[in-house]
Every structure is written in C-alpha cells, then in structure tokens.
Ligand binder design. Structure first.
Ligand SMILES: [Fe+2]
Length: 341
C-alpha cells in the first residue's frame, strides 16, 4: 500500500450537491438519473451530496424510484444480509481490514454494471473510501506492461472460492460460510444445499462439495467490453482476491507469510477463502501482481464520506475499496447493485 495517494485525475470522482427545497424523493431520483446519464460514462464515478435520503429504507425507496434494475448480492466474497429491499451493508469484513481497489463480482457471467453506495454513518476517523480510475489503470498497463495484458488475454483469469460449512467455522477465522453466501434466504423447511446449488447453477458457476465445505470457481477476462459502450475496461479482482492478501491478513494468521518468503508465488491453502490465478491454473508471477497493484494505486484517490453521501460507481470504469477503522468507531455504509444493458 502506498504512503500517499496521488490519484492522477483531479476531477475524480465528479462531485455534486443536490439543491432542492422539496423532499420529493421521486424528483431527486429523476435528477440523479439525468446526472448519471450525462456524466458517468465520462467520469466513471459520481459523488452526490444533499439528496433526501436519511436511512437504508429511504435509500431503498430512492433506488426503486430511479427505475434502475437492482440485483441481489449472491455468492460473493463476504456475506451481506439485506437491511431493506435490495439494500445491503457494503461488506461485513471486520473494520481492521483495509480493502484494496477492486470491482464487484467480475466473475459473474454478467457483472453488476453499477454500484450505488449510501453513507448513513461515516466513520469519525478512518474508514475512508478509495476510488480508482480504471481507465487510467488500463492506460498505464498498456504503456508499461503490454506483456502482462497479452498474457492475461491469452490465459484469462480463474477466481477460486472456498466456503467452509457453517459448522466448521471457529475463532472468527472465516469470512463467510456457504450457507451465508449462497443460501442466506433459506430458512424453515428450505433445504440449504438445494438452494445453494440452484443459485450456483443459475449463476453459471462451477463447483464441488468437499468434506469441509464448498469450492467454486469461474473463468473470466481481465479486460472486458463495457456492457453499454463496448469500451475495453479493466474490470477484475486479480489483486484483491490474490492469495498475497493473506500474507499479512490479521484474521488469517496461519496463512501469513514472512516478508522474506513473499518473493515466490503463493497458492490457495488451508481455510483461505479465495485466490486468483491464470485460467489454466498457473500462478501469477510476483512481479506481475506488484505491477498491477502499482498501476491501480497510481490512479486511486481517497476521501472521507459525509452523512447522506450517495456514490454512484460504474463497475467497469472505476474500482473501489476502503481503509480500515478502529472497531469502537461506528461506520454504516450501504449499497445497491445495478444491472443495466
Ligand atoms: Fe466491493
């Protein structure tokens, strides 16, 4: 992680303030849509302040009034129980975990096109948003690392997930079980295994049951055509889901590697919940992962949320992340996923 974020694009994200004497949420949603259509394709991310939204329920109603097609979060890296219709917390990872730039669910057959984040209670200290200009990342890699892009184009990316069974979780050591990730809405007489398999098949995922849980995997392109414009887009989680994340992960001490041992590729092992590799299973070279991280951080900015902020992100044109905060500090950020095109 760099000492200083310089961004590389001073107007990123585009920032606006909604001015209206009315609390008419429908009118605000209409303005929000117009802004999105006019600015998002150019800027990749828009921050809007002053919208008439003061709770997750307000946010849910606001999103419904935009007319955008909202989708559920199923089968991701962290569990996200819904708090209002189609609204979830941004992540349930512990507060001491910083999350490097990534796009959400690039391994879905049709990844979400937009993410909309709502800041109910920003952290009083820490917990800043990270945003990354993905166009800038791709430009830097095209200029400095054409060999990496050529390899990724030829060999693609494999996303590997391991979801332990709920009964095998211990010591807060595991991010999410398969029951939480794939059958969270299953209760009473519902069979969780059948529900999870139905969700997996619907999502087009490959999977296998293991004695301790479930493995699933997907092959995907690192650079994808934008679903609306067709523009080549850096839309992947190569680094944020790479096994090197666990070199210093506080909740996975058994997977930590000493700095002197980080010069060779790591691999998925133990209770590691995810990893990325080439599509053919080959490990990414250490230098390649470092070059990608460098390009991503070179085009990243960070800012403190204000209460009520709504952040609209094109999931193909901008990456997002967050910095950690102290556990005694309250922070509530909610999100909706959009599928357009
Ligand atoms: Fe995310």
């Amino acid at each position: 992680m760099p000492e200083v974020l310089e961004g590389g694009n001073r107007g990123f994200p585009a920032a606006y303030h909604y001015e209206s004497s009315s609390m008419d949420r429908g009118a605000a949603a209409k303005s929000f849509n117009a802004l999105s259509e006019a600015v998002l394709p150019t800027m990749g991310a828009i921050l809007v302040r002053g919208l008439p939204v003061a709770s997750p329920q307000d946010f849910s109603q606001f999103m419904a009034q935009t007319g955008l097609k909202l989708v559920d979060y199923i089968g991701g890296v962290t569990s996200r129980p819904a708090v209002a219709p189609r609204i979830t917390p941004t992540s349930t990872e512990p507060s001491h975990v910083s999350m490097e730039p990534h796009v959400d669910n690039p391994y879905w057959p049709k990844p979400p096109t937009h993410l909309v984040l709502y800041a109910q209670t920003p952290a009083a200290e820490g917990g800043q948003s990270i945003l990354t200009d993905a166009r800038g990342v791709l430009r830097q890699l095209q200029r400095d690392e054409p060999g990496i892009l050529a390899q990724l184009k030829e060999r693609r990316v494999r996303y590997n997930h391991f979801y332990p069974d709920r009964s095998s979780q211990s010591g807060g050591n595991v991010i999410t079980s398969w029951q939480e990730a794939l059958a969270a809405d299953c209760s009473g007489s519902c069979n969780a295994t059948i529900k999870a398999e139905a969700n997996l098949r619907q999502g087009g995922f490959s999977f296998e049951w293991t004695p301790g849980g479930l493995r699933k995997w997907e092959l995907s392109d690192a650079v994808k055509p934008h679903p609306v414009s067709g523009e080549e887009s850096w839309a992947n989680m190569i680094t944020a889901m790479h096994c090197s994340v666990f070199d210093n992960h506080l909740d996975y001490r058994a997977l930590n590697r000493a700095p002197s041992l980080r010069g060779v590729p790591c691999k998925m092992r133990g209770l590691m919940p995810y990893d990325t590799s080439f599509g053919d299973g080959g490990h990414f070279p250490v230098e390649m992962v470092a070059a990608i991280r460098k390009a991503q951080w070179n085009h990243s900015v960070s800012f403190d949320y204000e209460p009520g902020d709504v952040l609209l992100i094109d999931n193909y044109l901008a990456m997002h992340g967050r910095f950690s905060w102290r556990p005694e500090i309250k922070r509530e950020i909610f999100m909706a996923m959009v599928q357009q095109g």
